[in-house]
Write a protein that binds this ligand. Structure first.
Ligand code: MF3
Ligand code: CO
Ligand code: CO
Length: 281
């Protein structure tokens, strides 16, 4: 009897997963769409290179947002976050215990020791590119440096899993295994996502997942990997006043790096990699 129940339980879960995967609407991009998304992604990556020189003690996050806004518009594009579900600014800037969706503000002044994520999404000729990275202000603590290095490595490990035929879930599997091995935790409320034609498309890219779970990757898929890694517990608390700013519930540090990635016939191309840090495979 117990064996029958177990078997039935397993069967139900199996059917549920198959239905979940078949319900997804993952867009396989055409060569023309890929070219458009490649250009937009390159611009988003360029914005992060451009803004680096202005990240220093004493500047406000609103000042950085204005520079970013102007750069994007001057390059013929639109900042995707502006008015997105009511978001009021041209980028997200998330400092220290802020996990993501920090709103640039005149009241937030960068200070020595801060770590911050700047997240840029561009719309160029209708195509979306999405990338973010960490910056530091002045002297950074050893604990913060260790968190940044580990989070960057989480993204790199995730990218190494991107090749046709591999399971999407293996990205989250390697990320969470590594993060936990370093004594950190993975935020599970926010995920990577399909991107390119829309801001957020299928599939959802979990940064913690079971080995060989989810759909198989196919050439022409484009999605982000954007692990948010916490120094302490994984729990998130969204600011009740602004409805956006997501902080760690325990007020410990959080870090994030993000790239937009194309599945090629043989591996992947990191479309937001403007420094040539990732080989096209
Ligand atoms: N760029 C973020 C992402 O990586 C989304 C920001 S949405 C906003 O998916 F509304 F907060 F701007
Ligand atoms: Co994203
Ligand atoms: Co982003």
């Amino acid at each position: 009897m117990k064996m029958m129940v177990n078997l039935l339980n397993w069967l139900c879960q199996f059917v549920f997963r198959v239905l979940q995967i078949s319900k997804m609407n993952i867009i396989i991009k055409t060569p023309e769409q890929i070219e458009g998304i490649r250009k937009s992604s390159k611009l988003a990556g360029d914005v992060l290179l451009y803004i680096a020189q202005f990240v220093k003690e004493g500047v406000t996050t609103n000042f950085l947002d204005q520079l970013i806004h102007n750069y994007i518009v001057e390059h013929g594009a639109i900042p995707a976050t502006m008015n997105y579900n009511g978001f009021p600014k041209s980028c997200c800037i998330s400092i220290n215990e802020v996990i993501c969706h920090g709103i640039p503000s005149e009241k937030v002044v960068l200070k020595n020791g801060d770590i911050l994520n700047i997240d840029i999404t561009t719309i160029l000729d209708g195509y979306f590119g999405d990338t973010s990275k960490m910056f530091t202000v002045g002297e950074t603590s050893e604990a913060a440096t260790k968190l940044l290095t580990a989070t960057q490595h989480c993204l790199d490990l995730g990218i190494q899993q991107v090749k046709p035929g591999n399971y999407l879930g293996n990205i989250g599997y390697v990320i969470s295994r590594y993060a936990i091995s370093q004594g950190f935790s993975v935020v599970y409320e926010y995920c990577g996502h399909g991107v390119g034609i829309h801001f957020h498309e299928d599939p959802q890219v979990d940064h913690s997942a079971r080995k060989n779970s989810g759909p198989k990757l196919k050439p022409g898929m484009i999605f982000t990997i954007e692990p948010m890694i916490n120094e302490g517990r994984p729990r998130v608390k969204v600011d009740e006043l602004d409805g956006w700013t997501a902080r760690t519930a325990d007020h410990k540090l959080s870090a994030q790096y993000e790239h937009t990635i194309l599945v090629t016939d043989t591996g992947c191309e990191v479309l937001t990699d403007v420094l040539g840090e990732y080989p096209i495979t």
